[in-house]
Design a protein around this ligand. Structure first.
Ligand SMILES: Cc1cc2nc3c(=O)[nH]c(=O)nc-3n(C[C@H](O)[C@H](O)[C@H](O)COP(=O)(O)O)c2cc1C
Length: 206
C-alpha cells in the first residue's frame, strides 16, 4: 500500500519529476518510522512512494517499476532481512530475468534492536540483491557527528542507513539522531537522483 497519498502512482504520471520507491518491511512500526523519515527528506524534490511489502499489490509493483531509485529497508531478524522481506526479494526473480530494474539506482536501510544488531549483514544482503538486478548502489556519505542519541550517523554506517530501536513505541525510538539521519539520507538520495538522472521519469537510468 502507498502511504504517501499525495505521491502515489497517479501523481507520478501527472508530474515530470523522477521518483523514489521506498520498499520496506516492519512488524512493529520502527522500520516504518525510518522509511517515513527517508520519505520526508526526499519529498518535494522528487516523487516518493512508500511500499509496505506486507500489503504489496499490483499498483505498488507498478510504482516500484516506474521508480528511478528504489530504497530497500528491513527490520533485522536473526542477522538477516525478515522472512517477509526475503519473500519479496525472491518474488522479483522474473524481473531479474527480464532485467526490469537494470540501470536504476538503489539504496538500503536496516533497523535492529541491538546497537550493532548485525545490520551490516542486512545492508550487504540488500546491496547484493540490487547488484543482482544490475542496479547502481548509492551509499551513505555522511560523516558521524558523534555517537550520542542526538548525533547524525552515530552508528558510523557508510554502505547504507543504520538505525536502532529500543523496546519502546515507534514514536519514541529510534532516537532523534537516527530519525534526522534518515531525513538526511532521503535528501541525499533525492539530490543524487536529480544530479545523475534528472529526466528519468520511468524505467532505466544509467
Ligand atoms: C524474530 C526476531 C529476530 C530478531 N533478530 C534480531 C537480530 O538479529 N539483531 C538485532 O539487533 N535485533 C533483532 N531483533 C529485534 C528487531 O530487529 C527489532 O525489534 C526490529 O528492528 C523492530 O523493527 P520493526 O518495529 O520495524 O518490526 C529481532 C526480533 C525478532 C522478533
Amino acid at each position: 500500500m502507498n502511504d504517501l497519498s499525495t505521491n502515489n502512482q497517479s501523481s507520478h504520471q501527472a508530474d515530470s519529476k523522477p521518483s523514489i520507491a521506498i520498499v520496506y518491511h516492519s512488524n512493529y512500526g520502527h522500520t516504518r518510522r525510518v522509511a517515513q523519515a527517508i520519505a520526508q527528506g526526499a519529498n518535494g524534490q522528487v516523487g516518493v512512494s512508500m511500499v509496505d511489502i506486507a500489503a504489496i499489490d499490483e499498483q505498488d509493483w507498478a510504482c516500484i517499476d516506474a521508480a528511478s531509485l528504489i530504497v530497500f529497508g528491513s527490520a533485522v531478524y536473526m542477522g538477516s532481512v525478515t522472512a517477509e522481506f526475503k519473500t519479496f526479494m525472491d518474488s522479483t526473480s522474473k524481473r531479474w530475468v527480464a532485467r526490469t530494474w537494470q540501470g536504476k539506482f538503489a539504496a538500503g536501510f536496516a533497523n535492529s534492536g541491538g546497537l550493532s544488531g548485525d545490520k551490516l549483514a542486512v545492508l550487504q544482503q540488500l546491496c547484493l540483491f540490487a547488484m543482482q538486478h544490475g542496479m547502481n548502489w548509492v551509499g551513505m556519505p555522511l560523516m558521524p557527528t558523534g555517537n550520542s542519541e542526538e548525533d547524525l550517523n552515530r552508528l558510523s554506517s557508510f554502505l547504507g542507513l543504520m538505525t536502532q530501536s529500543a523496546d519502546l513505541p515507534p514514536e519514541l525510538s529510534p532516537c532523534q539522531g537516527d530519525i534526522q539521519t534518515a531525513v538526511w539520507f532521503g535528501e541525499h538520495l533525492a539530490k543524487t537522483l536529480l544530479r545523475f538522472a534528472p529526466n528519468s521519469q520511468t524505467n532505466q537510468t544509467v
